[in-house]
Design a protein around this ligand. Structure first.
Ligand SMILES: Nc1ncnc2c1ncn2[C@@H]1O[C@H](COP(=O)(O)OP(=O)(O)OP(=O)(O)O)[C@@H](O)[C@H]1O
Ligand SMILES: [Mg+2]
Length: 310
């Protein structure tokens, strides 16, 4: 698997040198024969930034306990669009329904591979669970139906809240973004995700009951912040299945903007049949119909996310 890497630009006797570096097993490796004290200083600076987490991928939960609001559609398509923009992405499916797994063309029945269940409940190591997909820059930790029993199994387990965080930790440096597709509940599986992440990305369907349940979601985020994960933030709110011609949509947008002041993404996701067809072919919409309105919208969301994090 690819490690995070970069290049140091370094001026030596008036010429600019490019020196590649990368990380392996918590060490900064600089590929150069030059033993200049300046290189050593830069190496120390990189090592310090690395320890501070500057090179670590950002972990984002795509969550809303309300069912069918577009969490999986967002997680899969955002992953594919970010991957297409040369980002290294890991998509973690922690929903027993396994829709993100099948949405990336991996059969749930024949995963034949360790899954997020083995990470949460078993002793599988994160790197054993990762599948490289055929889509540029996108790796997947698949889900399995076994996860349906995980809520009950977790109750009995030690460290039941931090199991996902501990499991994902070694993978962090290898990716630019790790996206977690959450199930439609605020149970122990979602709590594990909230404890592991830097932020929560909330898709909201533009419909009459859009705000229903959001106060409960936000109360859970605040509780997790207080008890387990002080750095958790709201990454952004994405309005899905948007139809600007409807008065109702305009009202919902106004309410959501009032509730999540400044966090609502400028891009909205239109209701688009290509988005609902793509998963049946096991394809993100970018690879199914790149120029469809749904695909273009998710490409814009990817741009907004990258901009907000650069
Ligand atoms: N913008 C859209 N336009 C048309 N159909 C959409 C759109 N977004 C999602 N859908 C469809 O709506 C259904 C629900 O979407 P999705 O599975 O992404 O929601 P979810 O929040 O992950 O659901 P769950 O809570 O069950 O996990 C799916 O059939 C999906 O294809
Ligand atoms: Mg889903």
């Amino acid at each position: 698997m690819k490690q995070k890497f970069g290049k140091i630009f370094y001026v030596s006797r008036g010429t600019i040198c490019k020196i590649p570096f990368y990380f392996r097993e918590n060490c900064v490796i600089i590929e150069t024969a030059i033993t200049d004290p300046e290189i050593q200083r830069l190496g120390k600076l990189l090592a310090w930034k690395y320890c501070r987490g500057d090179f670590m991928g950002k972990i984002i939960a795509v969550a809303n306990q309300k069912g069918g609001v577009g969490k999986t559609t967002t997680a899969v398509n955002l992953a594919a669009c970010l991957g297409a923009k040369k980002k290294n992405i890991l998509l973690v499916d922690i929903d027993p329904q396994g829709n993100a797994t099948s949405g990336l063309g991996i059969s749930k029945k024949n995963v034949g591979h360790a899954t997020s269940y083995d990470l949460l409940i078993g002793d599988a190591k994160a790197e054993e669970v990762v599948i490289h997909t055929e889509f540029r820059g996108v790796d997947l930790i698949p889900s399995s139906i076994q996860l349906a029993g995980a809520e009950v199994e977790l109750v009995e387990m030690e460290n039941r809240i931090i199991r996902l965080k501990t499991a994902l930790c070694p993978l962090r440096e290898r990716y630019d973004f790790i996206l977690i597709d959450c199930p439609p509940s605020l149970g122990l599986i979602t709590l594990n995700a909230f404890t592991a992440v830097d932020s929560v990305f909330i898709p909201i369907q533009c419909e009459y009951y859009a705000l229903e349940g959001l106060s409960q979601l936000m109360a859970t985020v605040r509780q997790v912040k207080k008890l387990y994960n002080p750095s958790i933030e709201v990454e952004g709110v994405l309005l899905t299945m948007y139809d600007g011609r409807l008065n109702l949509t305009t009202q919902v947008v106004a309410e959501v903007k009032k509730y999540f002041d400044g966090k609502v993404y400028r891009t909205t996701i239109p209701r688009n049949v290509r988005l609902s067809e793509a998963p049946s072919y096991g394809l993100p919409v970018f690879y199914y119909d790149k120029w469809s309105r749904g695909s273009l919208a998710y490409q814009e969301v990817a741009k907004e996310l990258i901009k907000a994090n650069s």
